[in-house]
Design a protein. Structure first.
Length: 75
Protein backbone atom coordinates (compact mmCIF):
# COMPACT_ATOMS: atom_id res chain seq x y z
CA UNK A 1 0.00 0.00 0.00
CA UNK A 2 1.78 3.13 -1.18
CA UNK A 3 1.99 6.37 0.74
CA UNK A 4 1.77 9.40 -1.55
CA UNK A 5 2.65 13.02 -0.87
CA UNK A 6 0.21 15.74 -1.90
CA UNK A 7 0.14 19.54 -1.91
CA UNK A 8 -3.10 21.49 -1.71
CA UNK A 9 -3.40 23.98 -4.58
CA UNK A 10 -5.71 26.20 -2.48
CA UNK A 11 -3.86 26.61 0.84
CA UNK A 12 -0.41 25.11 0.10
CA UNK A 13 -0.55 22.44 2.84
CA UNK A 14 1.65 19.42 2.16
CA UNK A 15 0.61 16.04 3.54
CA UNK A 16 1.00 12.29 3.08
CA UNK A 17 -1.82 9.84 2.49
CA UNK A 18 -1.89 6.05 2.54
CA UNK A 19 -3.86 4.86 -0.49
CA UNK A 20 -5.43 1.46 0.22
CA UNK A 21 -7.90 1.21 -2.67
CA UNK A 22 -8.93 3.09 -5.80
CA UNK A 23 -11.93 4.68 -4.04
CA UNK A 24 -9.56 6.51 -1.63
CA UNK A 25 -8.69 8.89 -4.48
CA UNK A 26 -12.34 9.96 -4.81
CA UNK A 27 -12.58 11.13 -1.20
CA UNK A 28 -9.08 12.59 -0.93
CA UNK A 29 -9.08 16.15 0.41
CA UNK A 30 -6.75 18.59 2.16
CA UNK A 31 -6.62 18.01 5.94
CA UNK A 32 -6.32 21.78 6.54
CA UNK A 33 -8.96 23.37 4.30
CA UNK A 34 -10.96 20.37 3.06
CA UNK A 35 -10.60 21.23 -0.63
CA UNK A 36 -9.93 18.56 -3.25
CA UNK A 37 -7.65 20.61 -5.53
CA UNK A 38 -4.51 18.56 -4.90
CA UNK A 39 -1.20 18.09 -6.68
CA UNK A 40 0.70 14.82 -6.28
CA UNK A 41 4.28 15.56 -5.21
CA UNK A 42 7.41 13.55 -5.97
CA UNK A 43 8.04 11.31 -2.99
CA UNK A 44 11.55 10.95 -1.66
CA UNK A 45 13.12 8.23 0.42
CA UNK A 46 15.61 8.94 3.15
CA UNK A 47 17.12 5.98 4.98
CA UNK A 48 17.86 6.37 8.67
CA UNK A 49 21.45 7.44 9.08
CA UNK A 50 23.24 6.52 12.23
CA UNK A 51 26.69 6.83 13.63
CA UNK A 52 29.04 3.98 12.98
CA UNK A 53 30.44 2.16 15.97
CA UNK A 54 33.87 2.14 14.35
CA UNK A 55 35.52 5.03 12.60
CA UNK A 56 37.06 4.53 9.21
CA UNK A 57 40.83 4.15 9.21
CA UNK A 58 42.77 7.34 8.53
CA UNK A 59 44.42 7.55 5.11
CA UNK A 60 48.07 8.53 5.01
CA UNK A 61 49.16 11.02 2.30
CA UNK A 62 51.78 8.51 1.23
CA UNK A 63 49.05 5.92 0.58
CA UNK A 64 47.53 3.18 2.66
CA UNK A 65 46.38 3.32 6.27
CA UNK A 66 48.17 5.71 8.60
CA UNK A 67 50.25 3.78 11.13
CA UNK A 68 50.21 6.68 13.64
CA UNK A 69 46.88 8.56 13.42
CA UNK A 70 47.05 12.10 14.80
CA UNK A 71 50.83 12.22 15.15
CA UNK A 72 51.69 13.88 11.83
CA UNK A 73 48.95 16.53 11.92
CA UNK A 74 47.31 15.26 8.73
CA UNK A 75 44.39 13.64 10.56
Amino acid sequence: MPIFEYACEDCGTKFEKLIRRESDYETLSCPSCGEQHLHKEHSTFSPKMGASKQSAPAMCPSGGTCPTPGKCGMN
